[in-house]
Design a protein around this ligand. Structure first.
Ligand code: NAP
Length: 255
């Protein structure tokens, strides 16, 4: 009788060398998955992977810059040759465009004076990079019995929240770059979900909350572990779970 090898779940997290992506990678390994740490800097990626391995997790660094299709194709080839399939893709890599300035201080994002090159750079990473990575990984995801895609968006993507002059974001400076890029990402999430629903690939957007990371100069109040929780929940959602949704740990986020 031929022995059945149990299906080993493989996950790829982009921008996983630090912050929320790294915490998500740690949590996925603790669930027994093999996790590929996508990092644009090979050394930073290897350091993160080695520290997860030292804690008992199965993590491997892959060099991946979401704005560089050559690296993305290289990762797809590597996954194909080494594992033959991919179960979870977390599109986490993202930039604010304002360095480590927290959102309320990002004067350089104010629409009437914004530098269009900065807007382009933010969209290149936060939106176009997600298309590049997702399309390269889809053939591998199609070979999974439980394929899941999680796009890391933000409450800053919510048009409902931002258009309320008395809402919780009303005190933030207006943004022509980061916030619209995350709105585009949630819109893209719905379009991918609609295309892939018939194939059983569930695609959702996650809002981690305001998390203490370098991206906001550590002004966030949630830990990276807390911020990563919704990414992990959506990465392992059951077959009858949601697709085309936008969720935080508290539940659905208004579009
Ligand atoms: P972070 O600590 O700055 O981490 C961002 C990660 O993305 C880093 O690993 C960074 O790599 C990587 N990255 C940036 N550009 C990349 C590229 N072109 N290719 C590959 N990787 C790239 O920030 P974070 O707060 O954890 O952010 C993670 C995600 O959560 C982002 O999408 C962010 O927009 C989102 N988010 C964060 C918050 C928050 O409060 N922190 C709230 C809502 C949403 P390097 O180390 O090489 O720079």
């Amino acid at each position: 009788m031929r022995e059945q090898t149990p299906h080993q779940k493989i996950a790829l997290v982009t921008g996983a060398n630090k912050g929320i992506g790294r915490a998500a990678a740690e949590q996925l390994t603790s669930l027994g998955m093999t996790v590929l740490i996508g990092a644009r800097d090979p050394q930073r990626g290897e350091e993160a992977a080695a520290s997860i391995r030292a804690a008992g997790g199965d993590a491997h660094a892959v060099t991946l810059d979401v704005t560089d299709p050559t690296t993305v194709e290289g990762v797809a080839r590597h996954v194909e040759e080494r594992f033959g399939h991919l179960d979870v893709l977390i599109n986490n890599a993202g930039i604010t465009g304002s360095g480590q300035v927290s959102p309320e201080d990002a004067h350089d994002q104010v629409p009437s004076t914004v530098d269009l090159d900065m807007v382009r750079a933010v969209f290149e990473t936060n939106v176009f990079g997600v298309i590049t990575v997702t399309n390269a990984m889809l053939p591998l995801l199609r070979r999974s019995p439980v394929p899941r895609i999680v796009n890391v968006s933000s409450h800053a993507a919510s048009l409902t929240i931002f258009s309320d002059p008395n809402g919780p974001m009303a005190t933030l400076l207006p943004s022509a770059a980061y916030s619209p890029s995350k709105t585009a990402l949630t819109a893209l999430t719905v379009q991918y979900a609609n295309e892939l629903r018939k194939d059983g690939i569930l695609v959702n957007a996650a809002a981690p909350g305001f998390v203490d990371t370098e991206s906001n100069n550590h002004s966030g109040f949630l830990t990276t572990e807390q911020g990563a929780a919704i990414l992990v929940h959506l990465a392992i959602v059951s077959a009858d779970g949601p697709t085309a949704g936008f969720f935080s740990e508290e539940g659905p986020v208004p579009w």
